[in-house]
Design a protein around this ligand. Structure first.
Ligand SMILES: NC(=O)C1=CN([C@@H]2O[C@H](COP(=O)(O)OP(=O)(O)OC[C@H]3O[C@@H](n4cnc5c(N)ncnc54)[C@H](OP(=O)(O)O)[C@@H]3O)[C@@H](O)[C@H]2O)C=CC1
Ligand SMILES: O=C(O)C(=O)Cc1ccc(O)cc1
Length: 442
């Protein structure tokens, strides 16, 4: 592992962390291990437990609240829920040390920047950040967005120096660009996988027990769905509801699902094929694009299974969820490959499985034929369509509470399988990140 030396002119530099949840703790651990002195806090009622947890930990001092962190830190990072960012910055922002740098880790930057502008003293610099991966992923080589919103170049260099120990790839964006990119990539694909889980839940199906959802692409779909539902609801709610750029995407995703489902019900194979081929050509470009390496090797797809079906042999699926993602991107003139510099590992998996379907014309044709001819999936697809529309309505209306209830009820349904899914999902992510093939004897 590369060693990191703190530059002489930053020897007394203190990094403050407000919010010691999953991301805050990950930053505290990585930065303190690199030698940075950390002042950190969570909510006041977590003070005793946090203090006990970090007793004896070199370089990490736990404070009772954000005022105590803010007044003594040179660079403060807010790692709290996006929905409370205005309130928390409003509370502690005025206590920021004179001339310090402040940033946030929330997944959507527009409300965060608005809160900084509203509550921070004018002498404070603003450089925000966003690690584009979950807290359990090694940040090495993953994208880390930096937003130089109100700061000199030398201040940005200081932030880079602090965060360089994560060994991530810095991506420089404005807050607006950041929100647009995450809406185009994460919001659309989350809508698809959140809807998948909701539909299976509505039919009270554990997909790994049904032959039609086991094998090949199904394994990857089920794993990604489980991984999303095993996370905290607020991360996904914030990303969709608070990002002003995401509403259109989530609404279009629901429209794409509904339009495609209607074509299926009409038995209109020609209309369906025409629409899906058109979307494929817009999103994936001419066939020459396919000469590049696929995001997911096909050998990987069948390797990751969560169960053995007991009902019947595997059968083709119409992959409405994936086809609608491409239809949605095409309708909004989005080419997700333009945003790969800002892609999370999970997004690469979600795009990878979609790409796999569209790369292979006979596989795509078989999905389209199945969509029209095979009635086995009709009720699943009906629930899927309702689910996509339900998420879109929640996002359009900005209903956080309904969003939470929808998410948590399905989370509880799938909870017993999260641990298994994590083991398999971690292997899957590792392979995608390393671009390796599965060792078949493992
Ligand atoms: N998880 C992920 O994959 C990623 C998340 N993010 C973003 O990072 C941010 C943090 O996410 P994550 O760590 O996963 O979420 P967590 O819920 O694990 O952490 C947020 C923490 O902030 C605490 N908090 C709330 N209010 C205050 C306050 N006034 N003072 C101090 N602490 C407070 C919360 O306490 P309590 O729980 O009691 O409310 C909680 O411990 C979110 O905005 C998220 O969108 C960014 C990249 C990846
Ligand atoms: O869902 C994804 O794409 C993830 O990789 C997890 C995640 C969720 C929220 C973020 O702000 C960043 C990463």
């Amino acid at each position: 592992m590369a060693t990191f030396a703190i530059p002489a002119d930053m020897e007394n530099f203190v990094v403050g962390l407000i919010g010691m949840g999953d991301m805050g703790r990950m930053y505290a651990e990585k930065l303190s291990a690199a030698g940075w002195r950390i002042l950190a806090c969570d909510r006041e009622d977590s003070y005793d437990s946090l203090k006990e947890k970090y007793t004896g930990r070199k370089n990490i001092e736990i404070c009772r609240n954000g005022h105590l962190v803010s007044r003594a830190s040179d660079y403060i990072i807010y790692s709290v829920e996006a929905a409370v960012i205005d309130r928390v910055i409003g509370q502690y922002g005025p206590s920021t040390k004179m001339g310090a740098i402040v940033g946030g880790q929330t997944s959507c930057k527009s409300p965060e920047i608005a809160a900084f502008e509203a509550h921070l003293p004018a002498d404070v610099s603003i450089v925000s950040c966003h690690s584009l991966h979950g807290p359990g992923v090694d940040p090495h080589n993953q994208p880390l967005v930096l937003i130089q919103h109100r700061a000199s170049d030398s201040t940005l260099r200081q932030v880079e120096t602090v965060l360089s120990c994560l060994r991530s790839k810095f991506v420089y964006l404005t807050a607006r660009e950041h929100d647009r990119i995450t809406a185009d990539t994460q919001a659309v694909t989350h809508a698809a996988f959140l809807s998948m889980g909701k539909a299976w839940h509505a039919n009270r199906q554990f997909p790994w027990e049904l032959s039609r959802y086991v094998g090949g692409m199904e394994n990857v779909k089920v794993n990604i769905m489980l991984r999303i539902y095993s996370q905290k609801w607020h991360v996904y709610a914030g990303l969709a509801i608070l990002n002003p750029e995401a509403r259109e995407q989530v609404a279009q995703y629901a429209k794409s699902v509904t339009d495609l489902y209607k074509l299926m019900l009409e038995g209109n194979l020609d209309g369906l094929r025409k629409r899906v081929y058109h979307a494929r050509d817009k999103v994936f470009g001419p066939s020459t694009t396919w000469e590049k390496r696929p995001l997911i090797e096909s050998s990987m797809l069948s390797y990751f299974s969560l169960g053995t079906p007991s009902d019947a042999p595997a059968r083709p699926n119409n992959h409405l969820s994936l086809v609608a993602m491409v239809d949605c991107w095409a309708a909004l003139d989005i080419v997700p490959y333009d945003h790969m510099l800002c892609s999370t590992p999970l997004f690469r998996l979600r795009l990878g499985v979609t790409e796999h379907l569209f790369r292979n014309t006979s596989l795509l044709d078989s999905a389209l034929r199945t969509a029209v001819e095979d009635k086995t999936y009709r009720s699943d697809d009906l629930e899927f369509t309702f689910a996509a529309r339900g998420w879109a309505e929640c996002v359009t209306l900005g209903h956080f509470e309904t969003w939470e209830k929808r998410f948590v009820s399905t989370q509880q349904f799938f909870e017993p399988r999260f641990a298994d899914a994590k083991v398999v999902g971690d292997q899957m992510m590792k392979m995608v990140l390393e671009g390796q093939k599965p060792a078949m004897d493992e």
